[in-house]
Design a protein. Structure first.
Length: 137
């Protein structure tokens, strides 16, 4: 079922979300100081291509650095990436087959606004770790 959901996701939303995140990463790579933000954008871009069966979990021990990174991320581009997720999610929810995909897109809003201090793992690994606050698909 995950394979089918991932294929439908890729066709209807994943490719375009990948393009948006890759564009944000390229903008971040232009300036040397923002390369960590570009790496975070690419990590989320590849997660956005094939999200079902994977989960986003918080990394323990990440402190003020992640918080500051998330604040800068939000100011530099996280807010417009969240808007892209919101618009895509609403458009997907207009069809019956797109409702699960739209809801998954809404869950990606949290990740697009706060990527630092988070890790993308398989859903099985998230369960094995006992991650209660994991964003799983």
């Amino acid at each position: 079922m995950r394979l089918l959901a991932n294929i439908i996701w890729f066709v209807l939303a994943g490719f375009w979300l990948f393009v948006a995140y890759a564009f944000a990463a390229l903008l971040c790579f232009v300036f040397i100081v923002t390369i960590p933000f570009g790496i975070a954008a690419l990590r989320i871009a590849f997660f956005g291509v094939w999200p079902f069966g994977r989960a986003v979990v918080t990394q323990p021990g990440k402190g003020i650095g992640s918080t500051l990174g998330n604040i800068l991320w939000f100011v530099l581009g996280g807010w417009w990436l969240a808007v892209v997720h919101l618009i895509t999610g609403v458009l997907l929810c207009l069809t019956v087959i797109g409702i699960p995909l739209g809801l998954a897109n809404f869950k990606l809003i949290n990740v697009s606004m706060r990527p630092f201090g988070r890790e993308i793992v398989s859903a099985d690994e998230a369960r094995r770790r006992g991650a209660h606050n994991a964003i799983a698909f």
